[in-house]
Design a protein around this ligand. Structure first.
Ligand code: ATP
Length: 133
């Protein structure tokens, strides 16, 4: 079972569905370099948040920012795989559009995360180090 199995029929039970979902996440982590970079950034944000003792409200925003980027990366990978499956190594205008738009979605999500990170961490860090304007 997993990415290398040849199953094409519907999953028989919850555990089979779960196994395939987990192997999808493994595939994402092992093949997508940008996804790994985003995970590293998310881990840094979480560690910083623990150190700065963020409030529940601040954690909600940080969690949202992380998940928006993860979901955008998932969609980008799905689009890339489907486009490659359909057009293969051939150039196609619509394939370019689909991949570029999906990559643009990741960029927008990452920008959102940076804005959230700045709004939350900059004031907290300034307070921690007694920096005033
Ligand atoms: N079949 C194709 N037809 C036309 N343009 C394509 C095709 N495949 C890729 N491209 C162009 O090359 C770019 C890179 O495609 P690729 O499949 O390598 O994505 P990627 O670099 O893996 O994306 P990411 O940076 O998100 O990992 C696309 O954004 C698109 O502009």
């Amino acid at each position: 079972m997993g990415l290398n199995d040849k199953q094409v029929k519907k999953n028989k039970n919850f555990f089979q569905s779960l196994f395939h979902a987990l192997s999808g996440i493994y595939s994402l982590v092992s093949t997508e370099r940008n996804f790994r970079k985003h995970i590293v950034m998310a881990v840094i944000a979480v560690l910083l948040g623990i150190w700065l003792q963020l409030t529940v409200n601040e954690w909600l925003w940080i969690t949202l920012a992380i998940f928006v980027v993860v979901v955008a990366e998932v969609l980008n990978t799905v689009v890339e795989s489907i486009v490659d499956l359909i057009v293969g190594p051939h150039y196609h205008k619509e394939a370019k559009k689909a991949k570029d738009v999906a990559a643009g979605g990741v960029l927008i999500a990452a920008f959102f995360a940076v804005v959230i990170g700045c709004l939350i961490f900059i004031p907290e860090l300034m307070q921690e180090f007694n920096v005033q304007f």
